[in-house]
Design a protein around this ligand. Structure first.
Ligand code: UDP
Ligand code: MG
Length: 334
């Protein structure tokens, strides 16, 4: 009797869970930083809605982060939101930069997957299905590669050098670090701290935190309205940020590995030079007074000792600053 009743109940429960279609719908958040892009916002929203209509298996939300625009962006955003509640926005009081805009967008995004793209219509929303397909092959972040890009000549080529150096120094085999079009699993976007101009290095930060990073070729368009927000200073700032990233991720917990290695190399080079000169002085009677290499040797020995000392001080600071929250934990099962 008891058994019979149970048998009746179970199929009903099972049927209900399978039949609920909403439960299986994944949500995609689209985070779009926008700084003085009033003319682009409407066409962008229109294009995005077309893509949403094609991707019926997903729920969408768009979070446009107005990065302190001084044009009519805010008014346009209000209108867009009125027409379609899926379009949300956050507006900064002043211009904080693209990294800040992305990081606040990540904070409020509620989707399982987070897509980022530029607001200036250079990135193509019709690439979103391709990004989703690729990340589902088992990646945590997919970066777009503007293989054919529509930017001024100087930017195209300086960017190529930038990408080559970054790829070489970080060991990540992707071609286009600074592409605005990317997709992240929620866990990746929300566990990485972005500030300064670090948005260029999101794939690097993700890779070094143990996430799988991939790449697909994406379509790129020329800028239709307004002008670029990044001048030539982008490269200097970009490289300084790369150094910061090398230190805060690679060497944060072991500063002596970097300074110690450098210090020992400097010290040994200086020491060998001076040892050689001392040998010639002792056995061949060559006076040290007119040998300028002696000074180079002394300089290198001093520099070496100082560099090692900096590493040791760094080690002491790192020792005190070691916090458990710094580790990205995948699962806790206590
Ligand atoms: N952007 C931003 N804050 C800034 C600078 C740029 O939110 O301080 C946005 C901008 O509106 C655009 C994206 O970042 O949506 C990329 O900027 P831009 O097109 O000027 O860069 P480029 O394509 O020239 O690299
Ligand atoms: Mg652009």
């Amino acid at each position: 009797m008891e058994n019979k009743r149970r048998r009746n109940i179970i199929p009903k429960l099972r049927r209900r869970t399978v039949a609920s279609p909403d439960k299986q719908k994944r949500k995609i958040s689209i985070v779009i930083p926008a700084f003085n892009e009033e003319d682009s916002l409407r066409p962008l929203a229109l294009e995005l809605r077309k893509v949403f209509n094609e991707m019926k298996d997903y729920d969408f939300e768009v979070i446009i982060v107005d990065d302190g625009s001084t044009d009519n962006s805010l008014k346009v955003l209000n209108e867009i939101k009125k027409e379609d509640q899926r379009f949300k926005f956050i507006s900064f009081q002043k211009n904080y930069g693209k990294s800040a805009a992305l990081s606040i967008g990540f904070k409020y995004a509620t989707g399982d997957l987070i897509v980022t793209m530029d607001a200036d219509l250079q990135d193509d929303p019709h690439e979103i299905p391709n990004l989703v397909k690729k990340i589902d092959e088992g990646f945590d972040l997919i970066s777009g590669w503007k293989k054919i890009r529509f930017d001024p000549f100087i930017k195209k080529y300086s960017s190529r050098i930038f990408n080559f150096v970054t790829s070489f120094l970080t060991g990540i085999k992707i071609h286009d670090f600074n592409c605005g079009l990317k997709i992240y699993r929620k866990e990746v976007a929300q566990s990485i701290k972005v500030y300064g101009e670090m948005h260029r290095y999101l794939p690097v930060l993700a890779h070094w935190n143990g996430f799988r990073v991939g790449e697909i070729v994406v379509k790129h368009h020329p800028r239709r309205y307004g002008k670029t927000k990044f001048g030539a200073s982008r490269f200097m700032k970009g490289f300084l940020d790369l150094i910061t990233i090398l230190f805060t991720t690679r060497y944060l917990r072991r500063p002596l590995h970097f300074f110690g290695t450098l210090g020992v190399i400097l010290f040994l080079t200086g020491f060998s030079i001076d040892l050689y000169l001392a040998y010639e002085w002792a056995f061949q009677g060559k006076y040290l007074t007119n040998r300028p290499m002696l000074w180079l040797g002394i300089l290198l020995i001093l520099l070496g000792v100082q560099t090692i000392a900096i590493g040791l001080i760094g080690e002491m600071i790192a020792h005190h600053a070691q916090r458990v929250e710094d580790y990205h934990i995948k699962v806790i099962n206590l």
